[in-house]
Design a protein around this ligand. Sequence first.
Ligand code: GTP
Ligand code: MG
Length: 370
Amino acid sequence: PETLTVQELANRMSERAVDVVRLLMKQGVMKKITDLIDADTAQLIAEELGHTVRRVAESDVEEGLFDAPDAPESLKPRPPVVTIMGHVDHGKTSLLDAIRQTNVVKGEAGGITQHIGAYQVTSPLGGKITFIDTPGHAAFTAMRARGAKSTDIVVLVVAADDGVKPQTAEAINHARAAGVPIIVAINKVDKPEAKPEKVRSELLQYEIQVESLGGETLEVEVSAKARTNLDKLLEIIQLQSEILELKANPDRPAEGTVIEAKLDRGRGPVATALVQRGTLYQGDIVVAGSEWGRVRALVTDQGDTTPEAGPSMPVEILGFNGAPEAGDRIAVVENEARAREIADYRTRQKREQAAARAVVRVSGLEQMMS
Ligand code: GTP
Ligand code: MG
């Protein structure tokens, strides 16, 4: 398969691309600087120019990332990471907003979540809780698909005036598949037409039996609007998380997950990330997906810069060369060369996969036409 461009090959050897083109031409291969060449040709050219070639497999490149478990004695308690899920308009953002006592909803276009926010608050019992708001379940699925278990608890928001809806069921399935405990928050109980009892019985159909019906699932009736029972929700979350005994090693190179990323006009690529183990420092070299960079600044959910971010802390990372994708896993590596190697490798992987998909699509089309 054709895996890298002439330019990339030249870069890797610190040779001029025109020299590579010339050498290719000598071999009877006509390529432009931006053309792709296959690995065998690349090796031939590299050896011709006196370089030693080391072909790296995924296992080599990714070695040491994410795999090694931390020694039990290195683990320290960490805050729970809570994802708010539920049907459209059931009040996920309002609830989170009420908890934070800020006003995210008003700032959003049409009150619809434009992006995932991640925030940390302190529960009345004193523990910290990290919240992630989802615009849908796609991000959650993406994160899970990439093997990053980024959520410890799901708060399932169900509007008491609307009941269990398709996306409520979807959220239940996602939480189940991820093996994450669910806490039910029956929202909008301030509304005269609210029927929390109906929500409870509807949930039975999905094998969720809340405590008040004799089951084990923790529940709370809330109103984001009237600010009812918000402290109780936080207490329940903390109690649930204490049962889970969540721990991580803060004293190691950081690893985490990209929650969202964007290209900010003023600040360049900005990745909102959740640190999952280790501590991330300003100045660290990070890789996420096929992007890498040196951490120029870390910004908290309050908008303050911070020199470091430990386990379960959501933080904005400035300094990536390009915007990574939601769900990409982040790792700190020892130096820029290593970061570049991993990022380059993944770029090529992506290209190969895209090429393979294109071939499948074309052959599918041919089949349809014949
Ligand atoms: P999406 O992000 O679009 O899926 O919606 P969401 O679940 O985040 O819902 P959002 O917080 O945007 O709230 C939807 C609507 O319900 C808004 O008009 C809120 O003002 C209203 N709402 C949310 N919580 C409550 C509540 O407790 N009581 C009442 N009466 N209205 C609420
Ligand atoms: Mg929302």
